[in-house]
Design a protein around this ligand. Sequence first.
Ligand SMILES: [Fe+2]
Length: 326
Amino acid sequence: MNRGIPTKTHKRMWYQVGVLLVLLKNFVAPSQKSALEEARSLTAPVAEATSGGDLEGSEFWDQHDELLQKARREWGRRYPELYEYTDQFADQFLDEKLVHAIANREKQLLASLFEPVVPGVYRFQLFTPEFCDLLQQELKHHEESGIPQRRPNGMNRFGAILSDLGFAEIMDDMMNLYLIPISRHLFADYVGPNDLVETYPFTVKYKPGQDVKLDPHSDAATVTVNVCLLEQDKDAKVLYFADDREPAIASKAKQFVALSNPGEALIHLGQLRHGIAPIEQERHQLVIWMFGEHDYVRIAKYEPDEVRQHKVLYDLFWKRGVHQEL
Ligand SMILES: [Fe+2]
């Protein structure tokens, strides 16, 4: 008998013991992928349509929504200060004059901050360049996670839905604290007390070889705010407005507008048609759509009596500084 060399029976026995141990281990602590690993292993639908793509791949996104959220929590944030409205946020990331005008209820100062660029469109400084820089770094951080991201809207294929990435609360705060008073001030004929309740914030990217233009369209929003995130050449005017409806609420001819400095924003009614002519330079924009409850988009003008009534309520905001009571 050779005691040193395992016989076939020994080998079979050790193999069976091995199988039993693996089964036992999986029974006690089943091997499981983390949400992040699982999300990374998904094959997400590729965005293809350049119009009407809102529901593209919606089954996939609905099915995996919970997993993707869990994976993002696991991945974490790089700049947590971007996600929460605080005094520090206002000091560091918002235009100083705007914050001062709203905080001190200086109506005249607020009015002076908006430059009418074409009929129905106003330009103003909303965020600081630092905010734009950090936001872009944060978006890169999310991209590096390998977690699939859904296209931002039905026309743009590149960019991100900010509420998916945890920015819902800060954007709602921005609307309630700043963008509602601004909209009530600029568009009193169209925006009443209950017309801006919800936000849909997203970013879009235009780049040679990817999306290079945007056909004329209206937004699914009562009011739209469009912020420049990446500095542009001063004379590169690609963003245009043209109202081809009857009756038009603004000019019918295409009017080009510059939006070149990080943090600078345009604000307009969502129904005012606009587009982007073919770009030569990469553009990154943050867009905030605002509308009523249950996605209600108001496009009708209020009657003069209603506008007067709204103005009385709006003035209370300036006297009391309590927007929620309006
Ligand atoms: Fe748009």
